[in-house]
Design a protein around this ligand. Structure first.
Ligand code: B1M
Length: 226
């Protein structure tokens, strides 16, 4: 039996031993890793977010919960599915400038790596010029931008605009994601696609890898929405 409630409660209490223990038990019980992630850990982080907003949890505690979430993601990685091999696709991923949130981005990178995709993870707070330098250096075909704050969503547009101005736009597909990001926003800023979660992002990249000639990526992306 899965104890999602226990995972949520222990995560909000920042009890590392209990969360990792319950995650390991859930895996041993044959619970799907995606369910543990979505119904336990991400649900727990949502409550952490609410408590952060209401002032019941402070930044150090939120950081502790984030660290536990990262540890659990590492435990879950081998079970997350989407395994396979997708050679020849280089994906650059980063959280845009001004934004320090990286748990979701790390999950996206982790799931893509499990699918055999080569991922260049630039980290957080990445300025447009750093994305551009990496596109030039790595000759990657896909760039994934992550943002968790409504205040950093405009930086996604600035990044897309900077890539257009650099003359590299035709060389890459630009995908965006993160909790406040929507398909409509992706369209508005001139991105090629949007993915709501790590699984959808991985499937979208695999689709793009298998049909590079595909031009209508926003349509393609609709197949990947959860
Ligand atoms: Co922040 N924070 N935070 N925070 N934080 C949120 C985002 C917030 C919603 C909390 C709240 O108030 N309810 C709120 C934003 C409100 C808004 O913008 N409207 C908020 C705020 C306000 C802030 C600060 C401003 C707080 C302050 O200082 N007063 C500050 C900003 C710092 C900065 O970035 N400049 C801040 C700081 C932090 C911490 C550093 C303490 C910590 C981050 C630690 C870290 O990431 N290493 C933190 C955390 C942990 C959160 C919450 C609680 C959890 C985020 C998370 O990791 N979720 C968050 C509340 C929430 O989200 N419910 C909150 C789990 C993660 C797996 O989900 O990231 O959505 P997510 O990723 C998903 C999808 O979105 C998607 O796939 C992932 C996996 O399925 N996805 C992509 C993500 N990136 C993608 C890229 C793609 C595709 C899909 O490319 C194609």
């Amino acid at each position: 039996m899965s104890d999602f409630h226990g995972i949520i409660k222990a995560l909000v209490a920042c009890d590392t031993t209990r969360v990792t223990g319950l995650v390991n038990v859930a895996i041993a019980d044959g619970i799907a890793a995606g369910d543990i992630l979505n119904n336990g850990l991400i649900a727990g982080m949502d409550i952490v977010g609410e408590k952060m907003e209401s002032g019941e949890m402070f930044i150090p505690e939120v950081l502790m919960a984030a660290r536990i979430m990262g540890q659990c993601a590492t435990i879950l990685q081998p079970f997350l599915g989407e395994q396979g091999s997708t050679p020849g696709v280089g994906v650059i991923i980063g959280t845009v400038k001004g934004d320090l949130h990286d748990i979701g981005k790390n999950l996206v990178a982790m799931m893509m790596e499990s699918a055999g995709i080569e991922v260049y993870d630039l980290g957080v707070d990445i300025a447009p010029e750093n994305f551009i330098a990496c596109i030039k250096e790595k000759n990657a075909r896909i760039v994934c931008l992550s943002a968790l704050l409504t205040t950093t969503m405009p930086m996604m547009k600035q990044t897309v605009d900077a890539i257009v101005e650099s003359g590299l736009r035709d060389r890459v597909k630009l995908l965006v994601g993160g909790a406040p990001v929507t398909r409509a926003f992706a369209e508005e800023i001139g991105a090629d696609g949007f993915a709501a979660d790590a699984g959808a992002a991985t499937r979208l990249v695999k689709l793009l890898a298998n049909s590079p000639e595909q031009t209508d990526h926003l349509e393609l992306e609709t197949q990947c929405l959860r």
